[in-house]
Design a protein around this ligand. Structure first.
Ligand SMILES: Cc1ncc(C[n+]2csc(CCOP(=O)(O)OP(=O)(O)O)c2C)c(N)n1
Length: 287
């Protein structure tokens, strides 16, 4: 657990003075920068720093916990979502951002992902998807390309990749987006929109792993940006189908696929809704 107010890097607000140990050139550096800028921009728009909280899974992605100076909990692998929901139940007025990986969320944390889409807690889930369990040196995750040969899959991954956007949509997610880590400005904008959304906002981030899944580096030409417009569920589903995570063909849309309003988990509970309406925490209620 961490309370914000670690020493900060000069000239880089919200960055701790801890030196990142991500590989040079890893898009995790860029996701960190997008998230840092998004929170700073939201603070300029009136959001208070003390109302942000972060949680991370375990993996390369999770190291952001040491570098971004927000209060929060360094979670367990696969369990960032329930930890975030617990934080929201503890204080429904917090803006909780969960930083996770594809192995983390789509493998060990899969049941939490599906139910979070259904329950609609007012939180943001970022998934750094490098199509690899990278901290453990490259094994196949549910979004890895079929046939990918690794030390643990020497004959190539037998399975077809999962399409997490289609899954999130069909499970009831109220905000579904994808971005490309190397486009820092666009990713910042998507993170800001995700945090502002009242409900479960899910952002899948393409995060090429330069070391363990270099096959995944050849898709820049497939990526294109969606225009900002309201889409029906079917339109969003059709866009999600454009890329099957097998890397070789298809187009890869990035941007906000789908956004809709539905009561949040916290709003469904009268006790939590009371805290939201009064903008207080449980502790203030007792006074
Ligand atoms: C409960 C639990 N299961 C498994 C692990 C082992 N483990 C640590 S990091 C990791 C891989 C993380 O992969 P991913 O979530 O895709 O993140 P990346 O390292 O690629 O950013 C695994 C399997 C663990 N630490 N805890």
């Amino acid at each position: 657990m961490k309370n914000a107010m670690k020493r900060e890097r000069k000239g880089q607000p919200l960055a701790t003075d801890v030196n990142p140990t991500w590989c040079p050139g890893c898009p995790d550096h860029m996701i960190f920068e997008s998230a840092r800028r998004a929170v700073l921009s939201l603070m300029k728009q009136g959001y208070k720093r003390e109302n942000f909280a972060m949680v991370s899974g375990i993996g390369c992605h999770g190291k952001i916990f040491d570098y971004l100076n927000l209060s929060g909990i360094y979670g367990l692998h696969g369990r960032a979502i329930p930890t975030a929901i617990g934080m929201k139940i503890g204080n429904p007025n917090l803006k909780v951002i969960a930083f996770t990986g594809d192995g983390d969320t789509y493998s060990e944390g899969m049941e939490h992902f599906i139910h979070a889409c259904r329950f609609n807690p007012n939180m943001t889930l970022l998934v750094n998807d490098n199509q690899s369990f990278s901290l453990t040196t490259g094994q196949a995750t549910p979004t890895s390309q079929q046939g990918w040969k690794t030390k643990t899959e020497p004959l190539g991954d037998f399975n077809k990749p999962l399409n997490p956007l289609m899954l999130a949509l069909s499970a009831g997610a109220t905000f579904v987006a994808r971005c490309n880590a190397r486009d820092i400005e666009h990713t910042q904008k998507i993170i800001e929109e995700a945090v502002k959304h009242n409900g479960f906002s899910y952002v899948e981030i393409i995060q090429d792993c330069l070391i363990f899944n270099p096959e995944a580096l050849k898709r820049d030409k497939m990526i294109y940006k969606l225009t900002d417009k309201k889409r029906t569920f079917d339109e969003a589903m059709n866009l999600a189908k454009e890329f099957d995570y097998n890397l070789k063909d298809g187009k890869i849309p990035i941007g906000i696929f789908y956004k809709t309003e539905r009561k949040t988990l916290e709003e469904e509970w009268p006790q939590l809704n009371n805290l939201i309406k009064k903008n207080i925490s449980w502790k203030d209620l007792k006074k």
